[in-house]
Design a protein around this ligand. Sequence first.
Ligand code: CA
Length: 290
Amino acid sequence: MSFIAIDLDGTLLNNENEISEENIKAIKLAQENGVEVVISTGRAYFDVQKICGKSGILPFVIGTNGATIHSKDGECISSIAIPKIHVESIVKWLDVHDFYYEVFTEKNIFSLKEKRESFQNEINRLKRADLDEDTKELVSIAERQFDQFGYILVENSNDILQQNDEVFNILACSFDKNRLAEARKQFSNCNELMVVSSADHNIEITSRFASKGLALEKLVYLFNGSLDQSMAIGDSNNDISMFEKVGYSVAMGNAKDDIKALCSMSTLNNDENGVAYAINQYIDTFVVKK
Ligand code: CA
């Protein structure tokens, strides 16, 4: 059996954060041909459910960068939390170093009210500034992130640390590359954590046993599928782990050159139905009929 794993932001979603009719049609065509479709994203499962519900597609979901896997009928197949002791040290470090961050649990995304306001102010300030095209694009990506469903704004980090739900993913943001590099270095040094990034202004921290690639491998193995006959479509650093697992890796047209160089193929932009183009173009090449 073949799988197609598809990232959401910058890949399946257009710049209005929607799944286009063309992309929906291509996904349904793949499913009709016996291909299992997997949404594989840094977003939380409840957020993905909302997005997919609107478009009427029923996929497997790899959420929070591989920390969760849900079946097509919403059953949780696997979940890997960040050990509690590390959640506390990550949150405290981000507090001391004054980062805007989001903490993803099974039901919610927690962020600090004050930090969120100052990050929004920073976005507003940048939007008024005279920026090059890449920075403009990054600022609009950062703003679209606030479209996620399930936010709970709290006064301080103790409100997050005192809640009992497991934490799957922590995302930290900054437009200052040096500060972000410092944070990446801090958490990459810990053997029990995995640090990836879905855009130039963020890092995303999970358990070291959670990645999009490891989750896809697990899912394909569980259903007796073939990774060699599967495809992954994405646009950024947090997609690399799944590109490395599949026979057919597809970089979006809007992906950076280093991502394109890692992939076996590339497709159109996320605003040009790049996912539909890739599926229609390559489906006959790799699909193992049921
Ligand atoms: Ca992405």
